[in-house]
Write a protein that binds this ligand. Structure first.
Ligand code: BDP
Length: 728
């Protein structure tokens, strides 16, 4: 009896505090019961829901409102056709809601004229004697986005009595690129298998697909490419098209469109043609028919994403045609249906001896202005490959007559997989704010990709993120990696948001609103990317990871099939110094930037030190702005990276009281892994580079734990995200 009453009491406490086992599945959409004064005021401001004529999307908005408000405020809200009291939440479009139509929300004092197809406004108003909140948009999807915004205000404990929000996305195509294979492996995926259960599709629709679309919509992500850029020709065969069509049906109410990756040689492999030459009439006809077939199944199909003539993929150059010939052929096939082609600029060839960083520019700049209107060039943030830090890609300042979209990597292939806590918004923000000087000062990458610098009228704009999502219960392999999905979506909607604001929002929604928790965790997140740069690739080093699986350090990696897949190619360490000379005396990659930027990068005295070894080969005894030698500074940076991770561990150790035990324990364990691996990166890198510098470590700095042979001998044949590789 006593035991029973104790259990009852425990259950009551759990119900009252909202504490329960958390596995991360709910992401930032947890809607746990609030408490305190604010709850009282929310209960006055949100007392009933007033929908208009239903539609698939408006139904989603309504159930989200009910779920969100109900969860946060612990009550079921009545639904009414008219506002019957103060605290009505009226939502809809002028077409679906007579109330909203009557409120005349356009014109100077209005706002719907500023919200376009996807934007919304949220406003507190007086209506027939009642205080009401309206969530209004021109199209249903805008209402859904506005609904999520409104709920975010409550989740982050903002006042909601006097709202006047107008929001519209700065970028049109906000898409997730999944590098998922048809066998359910995920290239560079660290969160389990692919979430797409191809074998059971199209007949079984895992409820996770709906939850995925809902999470995307909560951020404004409006497109998904479910398959790998290293595409299988099977991916465009009829049975798979039917699978995508069933996914598209699930995603549609959430405003998420499907695009597909296309393998350039598919006309041969699955069409039985002898060639995939883009100028061959039969090939063109095959793609047109394929596009027609897809659109018959998926009327709102977005178009194709193509990786061609890169890393062994087929492409137009196999037939001595240009990237423009290839892209334009596909563009012609989807144009009648309103589709687009996202053609990747990530190309470099093993037959090209020139600096890998220069090759995309060399290929594409001569083609500026030669692409059809419905082609967008998808450019990675930097000229090499999603490294912990890269200067911005020179193409952003060099193709004024071609729409460019930005490609970011959310999955942390080069930043510690799922176990390292590395918040990527500062990396994304660094790229977006980089100034290309394409049209003088303030020609930032953000302005290039949002079209505001366009010299050729309005055009398609876009931002893609390589997804970090998989079948793991927490979606992304770790709790903190959810923040990277979140940050990508928020920045794609508004590239002007700051990493700090996004982090604070996410922490409050995902973990706890307590200031004593939010401040240290946001601090930890904001410093985490710099920590990773320091323990992996300080001072502009890049591409220093181990071969194949990219797990752990490998600055000694050399030889093999191609030089530009090795670390020694990029670090160029020798007795004389370290770094890649990309100035006039070296590869002259600096010349691909506009003169203002090139002048800065080329000048040893003016290059930002974070890019020093990216652009310069520097002697070991070169003095940095700190007054220290390059060698000492390198050692200190590597060490500082490790120390920062230790600092993150101790910060987290003091926060147990704010987090449920499940998530707390996993984050703690992962931080311990990160600390161990950060030390591994530091020690292995110092051990290797010391063989060239032949210098002692600065006083007080510990030598590597093992000798270089130990680190070089480590081998991991089974690494998530890549095919098994036997150890030699
Ligand atoms: C590299 C990845 C490789 C991808 C490639 C790409 O290691 O798996 O296929 O990017 O973006 O970073 O195509």
């Amino acid at each position: 009896m006593r035991l029973l009453s104790r259990l009852l009491l425990a259950a009551l406490i759990i119900a009252a505090t909202g504490a329960r086992a958390e596995d991360g599945y709910d992401l930032w959409l947890r809607y746990r019961l609030m408490s305190g004064e604010l709850l009282k005021s929310y209960r006055e401001s949100a007392r009933e829901i007033v929908p208009g004529t239903p539609s698939a999307t408006l139904n989603v908005a309504q159930s989200e409102l009910a779920r969100g408000l109900g969860g946060l405020m612990g009550m079921e809200l009545p639904v009414s056709a008219q506002p019957t009291r103060d605290g009505s939440v009226i939502f809809g479009t002028p077409a679906s809601s007579a109330l909203i139509a009557r409120l005349k929300l356009d014109g100077a004092a209005g706002g719907l004229d500023r919200t376009g197809n996807e934007g919304y406004l949220i406003r507190s108003l007086g209506y027939e004697g009642h205080r009401v909140t309206i969530i209004a948009a021109n199209a249903d999807i805008g209402v859904l986005y506005g609904t999520f915004h409104f709920l975010r205000l409550l989740q982050t404990h903002q006042p909601i009595e006097h709202l006047d929000v107008v929001s519209a996305p700065r970028i049109q195509r906000r898409v997730l690129d999944h590098w998922d294979n048809l066998d359910r492996t995920v290239e560079r995926g660290y969160a389990g298998q692919s979430i797409w259960d191809w074998h059971k599709l199209p007949d079984y629709l895992d409820p996770r697909y709906t939850d995925y679309a809902r999470a995307c919509a909560s951020l404004g992500i409006n497109g998904t490419i479910p398959t790998n850029v290293n595409a299988s020709p099977i991916g465009l065969t009829r049975p798979y098209l039917q699978k995508y069509a069933s996914l598209a049906d699930v995603f549609r109410p959430y405003g998420v469109r499907i695009y597909l990756t296309a393998r350039f040689s598919a006309p041969i492999e699955s069409g039985g043609l002898k060639t995939a030459d883009p100028l061959d009439p039969a090939v063109r006809a095959w793609w047109r028919a394929k596009a027609d077939e897809i659109y018959a199944l998926i009327p709102d199909f977005g178009g194709f994403l193509v990786k061609a003539n890169s890393e062994g993929q087929p492409g137009p150059q196999d037939y001595s045609r240009t990237h423009a010939d290839g892209a334009n052929m596909l563009a012609e096939a989807v144009a009648p249906h309103g589709g687009i082609i996202m053609w990747r600029a990530f190309v470099y060839s093993q037959n090209q001896p020139d600096d890998r960083a220069k090759q995309a520019y060399a290929e594409f700049v001569p083609l500026d202005g030669k692409f059809r209107d419905n082609v967008v060039l998808q450019v990675k943030n930097g000229p090499i490959d999603f490294q912990p830090r890269e200067p911005f890609h020179p193409l952003f300042g060099a193709m004024p007559r071609t729409p460019l979209m930005l490609e970011l990597q959310i999955t942390k292939e080069y930043l510690g997989f799922a176990t390292h806590l590395v918040y990527l918004a500062p990396l994304f923000e660094e790229t977006l704010r980089s100034d290309t000087y394409a049209k003088g000062p303030d020609s930032t990458v953000a302005k290039v990709i949002d079209g505001s610098l366009s010299g050729h009228g309005p055009h398609t704009t876009g931002m893609a993120g390589v997804a970090n999502i998989g079948s793991d219960r927490n979606w992304t392999g770790s709790h903190f990696d959810q923040a990277n999905w979140y940050a990508f979506g928020r920045l794609a909607w508004d590239p002007a948001l700051t990493s700090a604001d996004i982090a604070a929002e996410w922490v409050k929604m995902t973990f706890s609103i307590e200031p004593a928790f939010v401040a240290p965790v946001v601090g930890m997140m904001l410093g985490s990317r710099e920590a990773a740069v320091e323990y992996m690739t300080p001072l502009g080093l890049h591409h220093q990871m181990s071969r194949h699986g990219h797990y752990g350090p490998g600055p000694w990696v050399g030889g093999g099939a191609r030089a530009d897949w090795t670390s020694v190619y990029f670090n160029r360490a020798d007795a004389g110094g370290i770094g890649f000379d990309r100035t006039k005396t070296g590869s002259n990659a600096v010349a691909q930037y506009t003169p203002h930027v090139a002048g800065q990068f080329a000048d040893l005295k003016r290059v930002p030190e974070k890019y020093l070894l990216w652009f310069h080969h520097v002697p070991w005894d070169y003095r940095l702005s700190s007054g220290r030698t390059l060698w000492d500074e390198l050692v200190i940076d590597y060490t500082q990276g490790v120390q920062r991770v230790s600092g993150m561990r101790s910060t987290w150790a003091g926060l147990a009281a704010f987090v449920d035990p499940e998530r707390y324990a996993q984050v703690s364990a992962f931080l311990a892994i990160q600390e161990k691996e950060a030390k591994w990166w530091r020690d292995a890198s110092i051990a290797y580079f010391q063989t060239f510098s032949q210098r002692p470590l600065p006083a007080g700095y510990e030598p590597p734990e093992h000798d270089l042979q130990y680190y070089e001998a480590l081998c991991f044949p089974y690494v998530p995200g890549s095919a098994p590789q036997p150890c030699q």
